[in-house]
Design a protein around this ligand. Structure first.
Ligand SMILES: Cc1ncc(COP(=O)(O)O)c(C=O)c1O
Length: 377
């Protein structure tokens, strides 16, 4: 069969593969590699989904107007400033497709959340990457210098994945003001963990586009729900690239339900950020293993033997995300789950650390070290 002619930007892109390289069944593992919530959706959400199923059912095409209004209220913007999307991955996809074309340049601090680079590549656009500082802080000077070269799109990921770095919102404001004709994207996937946001500023800055997601603090990664917040005229353009029914009804029902029970989300993020994460940081400090704490529900760890550690953890059915490339080579990203899960992680890591020749510190985290069920929940 003769080869089909494929768009060259598609042909030159790598394929996505989310399958485990060793064929490990993720469901049987402690999954600390994707920054998902390790707790399932709340009882409120589960009840709303089952009530909807038994009452209205899921046989109609979805309609997202009410959810859009609720999100707008949550963000402090008018409903016309919100576009719900199939995960914030879709917001990234359709927004970049709105503004980039072959030869365009996208400015972002690196290493960054990979889909931005992938979508830009598929569009034939160039990535102007400014490396984070060696101490993982935001590269303010280099970024400002690169902005002067007038990229077609400027991206802030706040906080960034994988580095966990926060950028000062006042710096974002300066860029918004200095370049009013350049779309400035701020990805706030982890907003609920940091409390840092510029979303209400879309009422003032017409070049600002903010992305958020229900995949992290809201525990709905499997439902695929995200949104973009921007000036209505900007959203009107982006909306052209979204199909009318891309966001499914279960996601809409779940999103509405959780937004009316925000105390559950707040309680969860508070527990992770002010109790469990400090406990995990203390664990690594005691072992003398360097970490980059970041500002959200994940951190970076630099063991002496990065590849060996990730492999041995995996053999014990603990999944973490190995990182590659400048600044992060040999590190892994660790999602902070619930207390019991992190105690289990500590138990396994201590063993692996010893096996890979690391120094063994004085103690494991406070509290009893219990064995979690192997499904990781
Ligand atoms: C910075 C950042 N943006 C966007 C996403 C995508 O989230 P979603 O599940 O909403 O597509 C992630 C997921 O890891 C992320 O880390």
């Amino acid at each position: 069969m003769s080869a089909l002619e494929v768009n060259r930007h598609v042909r030159d892109s790598a394929s996505w593969s989310m399958a485990d390289p060793l064929g490990v069944d993720r469901r049987s593992c402690l999954r600390l590699d994707r920054n998902e919530s390790t707790r399932p959706v709340s009882g409120t959400v589960a009840a709303a989904l089952s009530a909807h199923l038994s009452g209205a059912g899921f046989h109609w095409y979805p309609s997202d107007e009410r959810l859009t209004a609720r999100i707008a209220e949550y963000c402090g913007v008018p409903a016309q400033s919100v576009l719900v999307t199939n995960g914030s991955d879709q917001a990234i996809d359709i927004t970049l497709r709105t503004f980039l074309q072959p030869g365009s340049r996208m400015l972002v601090a690196t290493p960054e959340f990979i889909p931005f680079r992938r979508v830009a590549g598929l569009l034939g656009a160039q990535v102007e990457g400014v490396p984070y500082e060696p101490d993982f802080t935001f590269p303010y000077v280099g970024f400002r210098a690169a902005a002067r070269r007038r990229p077609e799109v400027i991206v802030f990921i706040n906080p960034n994945n994988p580095t966990g770095t926060l950028v000062d919102p006042e710096f974002v404001r300066e860029i918004l003001v200095e370049y009013p004709d350049v779309p400035v994207i701020v990805d706030e996937a982890y907003y609920e963990f940091t409390g840092v946001t510029v979303a209400p500023w879309v009422n003032r800055y017409r070049n600002l586009i903010v992305f958020r997601t229900f995949s992290k603090a809201f525990a709905m990664a499997g439902l695929r729900l995200g949104y973009a917040v921007a000036d209505p005229a900007v959203l009107e353009q982006i909306r052209k690239l979204r199909n009318p029914f891309d966001v499914n009804e279960p996601a809409i029902v779940a999103g509405e339900a959780q937004l009316s029970a925000m105390d559950e989300v707040d309680g969860h993020t508070e527990e992770i950020m002010s109790k469990v994460k400090p406990m995990v940081l203390e664990f690594f400090r005691d072992l003398d293993v360097p970490v980059v704490p970041g500002s959200a529900n994940f951190l970076l760890v630099r063991p002496e033997d990065g590849a060996g550690t990730v492999r041995l953890l995996r053999e014990s059915r603990v999944l973490v995300q190995p990182l590659h490339g400048p600044l992060v080579e040999g590190m892994f990203r660790l999602t902070v789950g619930q207390r019991q899960e992190m105690e289990e992680f500590a138990r396994v890591f201590t063993h692996v650390h010893r096996e890979t020749g690391g120094r063994t510190g004085p103690r494991t985290p406070s509290g009893p070290v219990t064995r979690a069920e192997p499904d990781g929940t």
